[in-house]
Design a protein around this ligand. Structure first.
Ligand SMILES: O=C(O)[C@H](O)COP(=O)(O)O
Ligand SMILES: [Mn+2]
Ligand SMILES: [Mn+2]
Length: 540
């Protein structure tokens, strides 16, 4: 039996809370957080990289995100992630050489039917990248697919809040070029990503219902073009950010231009899984699937850009193999019989379970792992910025007091989910609430003779305004600071809370430290030596 600490170890992920030494637009600094701010001064503290190559993304210009962040936290290793794997597969041509691509194309040519591409239209590189869409359409055109339809989710969450016009225009220009060669390639439907299709963790299946109706059945408000739809929405609701825009269908005198029919092939071009699983299930599953009313389900060949869940598994067909994440922290702790507890609210539940365990939704050993989900609100989070932080703390505190679990992990969603709304005041409220929850939680940790580690998966609420390359805030035409809705490139905090001084050593301090080093730190505190595959512990 390993020595380690006497009480439990609690790992706290403050989702989307970067560590930035600037107050302007920084909800973490502007919030009333006396407990948290003092903790960073009085406890052992360092900061970690959580973006770019430190989490397996193609470049250091890529902001971090929950998937790659929790994969790194939960595995102690850095794997090439979806964004990079798809880039590589396109560059080498591998993506188009396999059975999936060729089946889809063959089917469309044989049936003289339509190739559909559905997904998030931006260059955010969190769920998708528009250049992958262009590469797929280029190849399809070269291989003689003459009819294609695009179903585009508008972003405004991983990119600037009101940038949809840029990506729609890029796509329209690209399609116009392909159409000069005699093809019939068009946008067929779309809408804001937080309204249609991209629900996650079964928080709100009605989003998938709306997506299905628009993309598959061509049912929705009809416009002559996507740019016209956007222009209309902008006039009708000035200031609405792209992720919240309603659905649209492109149609003409003879009806929708791109409903999905028997014999068609459909690719979902997002590489990230959480928000791709539900729509994939709607396409893949048989008659016992009842989460949405699919009406008459067309007989199509459906494939995802990647395998989204290795345990379900989903989808049935995919273009690029996912990162093969092995030797995870859970896999290390289970044979040692270390009892584990994971908790979050719906919006982040899969982050501390599925992403944490290398994109697998099942448990390694249900007899020693307990998961608890607190249902999230389903209204915009700037209207409920406290989210379910209090309920999570209640449940986590009870789990600590039960004495049943040696390693507990939690994700508090506020910094991220409220951060994505671009509403600074709401983000400040959300963060201020977290201060109370951290105080309550750490009181329970102290009582139980335990230790807590507090960190984040990436930044978000630390920059609620856009800043230019020189670090100056960007202003809109009216002189207001421009709200930022996406993640940031910021480092993240790492606090070692050890009230009874059980953990020996100091935390490393260096620019190169990353969140991939947390797993080794966890097992060291629990009294084990980390596996050789992992990045080194932060303790020395
Ligand atoms: O899916 C989302 O909400 C955003 O694209 C990324 O946020 P997350 O990586 O924090 O989940
Ligand atoms: Mn996150
Ligand atoms: Mn986020």
């Amino acid at each position: 039996m390993a020595q380690g600490i006497n009480g439990p170890l609690v790992m706290v992920v403050l989702d989307g809370v970067g560590e930035v030494d600037r107050s302007l637009g920084n909800a973490e600094r502007l919030a009333h957080m006396p407990f948290w701010h003092a903790l960073k001064r009085t406890e052992r503290f360092t900061t970690l990289r959580a973006h770019g190559t430190a989490v397996g993304l193609p470049s250091d210009g890529d902001m971090g995100n929950s998937e790659v962040g929790h994969n790194a936290l939960g595995s102690g290793q850095i794997y090439d992630q979806g964004a990079k794997l798809v880039n590589d597969a396109i560059e080498s041509g591998r993506i188009f050489a396999g059975e999936t691509w060729n089946t889809a194309v063959r089917r469309v040519k044989e049936h003289k039917s339509t190739l559909h591409l559905i997904g998030l239209l931006s260059d955010g590189n969190v769920h998708s990248h528009i250049k992958h869409v262009f590469a797929m359409l280029d190849k399809a055109a070269k291989e003689g697919v003459t009819r294609a339809r695009l179903h585009v989710l508008l972003d405004g969450r991983d990119v600037g809040g009101t940038t949809a016009q840029i990506y729609l225009q890029q796509l329209e220009d690209f399609l116009a070029e392909r159409n000069k060669e005699g093809n019939d390639y068009r946008i067929a439907s779309g809408g804001g990503r937080m309204v249609l299709t991209m629900d996650r963790y079964e928080a709100d299946w009605s989003m998938v219902q709306r997506g299905w109706d628009h993309h598959v059945h061509g049912k929705g408000r009809v416009f002559p073009s996507a740019l016209k739809a956007l222009e209309t929405f902008r006039e009708e609701t000035p200031g609405m950010i792209d992720q919240d825009l309603p659905g649209f269908v492109i149609g003409d005198e003879s009806g929708p231009v791109g409903a999905i029919n028997d014999g068609d092939s459909v690719f979902f071009f997002n590489f990230r899984g959480d928000r791709a699983i539900e729509i994939s299930r709607a396409f893949d599953e048989g008659d016992d699937f009842t989460h949405i009313d699919r009406g008459t389900k067309p007989d199509v060949f459906y494939a995802g850009m990647m395998q989204y869940d290795g345990d379900l598994p989903s989808p049935n067909h995919y273009l690029v193999g996912p990162p093969n994440i092995k030797h995870t922290l859970t896999e290390f702790l289970v044979p040692e019989k270390v009892t584990q507890f994971a908790i979050s609210e719906t919006q982040k539940y899969g982050h501390v379970t599925y992403f944490w365990n290398g994109n697998r939704s099942g448990k390694v050993d249900a007899t020693i792992e307990t998961y608890q989900e607190i249902p999230s609100d389903t209204i915009p989070f700037d209207q409920r910025p406290w989210m379910k932080a209090a309920e999570i703390t209640d449940a986590l505190t009870a789990a600590i007091q039960s004495g049943q679990h040696r390693f507990l992990r939690v994700n508090y969603a506020n910094g991220d989910m409220v951060g994505h709304t671009g509403n600074l005041d709401a983000a400040i409220t959300g963060m201020s609430c977290l201060d109370l929850e951290l105080r309550r939680l750490l009181t329970a940790v102290k009582k139980a003779g335990g230790v807590a580690l507090i960190t984040a998966d990436h930044g978000n609420c630390d920059e609620m305004y856009e800043f230019d390359k020189k670090g100056q805030p960007v202003k809109d035409e009216d002189g207001h600071f421009k709200p930022k809705t996406s993640h940031t490139l910021s480092r993240v905090p790492f606090v070692l809370y050890d009230p009874s001084k059980q953990v020996k050593g100091e935390l490393a301090q260096s620019k190169s430290l990353g969140i991939g080093q947390v797993a080794a730190t966890v097992v060291e505190i629990l009294g084990y030596s980390a596996p050789k595959q992992w990045l080194p512990s932060l303790l020395h």
